[in-house]
Design a protein around this ligand. Structure first.
Ligand SMILES: [Fe+2]
Length: 286
């Protein structure tokens, strides 16, 4: 069942924005149906064999080690893709959205909106020149230990891996590096249309539940052994994705209604990215 978000329905009903017409609404619903059939049905979204296996098997220490090493390579290469996404942004707004993710990834802690508002009020009293921003890392604090990579390192240490054993390209399987390179090329690339499609595909993949399956596997492992792996890296990402998934369609609607999207190219680009994601996961079965 496909439907428009309340936000878009309101805009159509108001009838004062030429981008938001009933006709376009119907066209979008058809597009959404096509996306559901031809993109979101991708194997890596509906049937990720690796994470299914991970959540249902009795994991051995070497299997967890191998996984953490590959994930740490991806985690670092993702920084390059995200930085390129910042650089290739075509609007200040999208550059800031991308910086938000990058800054948080390397250790800037999100600041709660309430605290930020209070501070802005204070600042307003002092300066009439305040540039307000919605960014939640804006005004946030940097902490080395808040870098996502360091959360992975915490797990690695428990598995007797050293810092030098994780994170670098030399540790990556060919399949991991292939995925990372596609991410840099497509997600971080300079083709705006492609990056919109790829971001949409990536967000839907990230929200498809693989974090939850990974967490189940880790918890099972922690229950059967004395090694208690600190899995905040995974529980944190799972929480963030749950929040983010709600906005994915809204974001797509905004782009669809205000710009021209080549529907077939969108689906094609999205699938190219998801194919690479699947190669990463399947490559972990060694
Ligand atoms: Fe992250």
């Amino acid at each position: 069942m496909v439907k428009l978000s309340d936000k878009t329905i309101n805009k159509i009903n108001k009838n004062n924005d030429t981008n938001y017409t009933k006709k376009k609404g119907q066209k979008f619903l058809k597009f959404l149906k096509k996306i559901n059939d031809k993109l979101l049905n991708h194997e890596v979204i509906v049937n990720n064999k690796y994470t299914k296996w991970w959540s249902s098997t009795s994991l051995e220490e070497t299997e967890i080690k191998n996984f953490i090493i590959q994930f740490s390579v991806f985690s670092n290469q993702f920084l390059i893709a995200q930085l390129q996404k910042v650089i290739n942004s075509t609007t200040l707004e999208s550059a800031r959205e991308s910086k938000e993710i990058l800054a948080n990834e390397i250790g800037v802690i999100f600041k709660s909106n309430k605290r930020k508002r209070e501070e802005e009020e204070e600042e307003k009293k002092e300066s009439s020149n305040l540039i307000s921003s919605d960014g939640t890392v804006d005004g946030g604090t940097y902490r080395f230990a808040a870098a996502h990579f360091e959360w992975l390192y915490k797990i690695a240490k428990k598995l007797n891996l050293e810092y030098k054993d994780i994170g670098r390209r030399c540790h990556g399987y060919d399949s991991t590096l292939y995925f990372c390179d596609k991410l840099i090329e497509l997600y971080g690339g300079n083709n705006y249309e492609t990056s919109v499609a790829v971001s949409y595909a990536i967000e839907n993949w990230a929200a498809a539940g693989f974090w939850k399956e990974l967490i189940i596997g880790f918890k099972n492992y922690n229950n059967k052994t004395d090694i208690k792996l600190p899995i905040s890296f995974f529980t944190w990402h799972d929480k963030i994705e749950d929040q983010h998934a709600e906005h994915t369609q809204e974001e797509l609607e905004e782009i669809y209604f205000t710009q021209e999207i080549n529907e077939d190219k969108f689906i094609n680009d999205g699938n190219k990215m998801l194919d690479a994601v699947l190669i990463f996961w399947n490559g972990l079965f060694i």
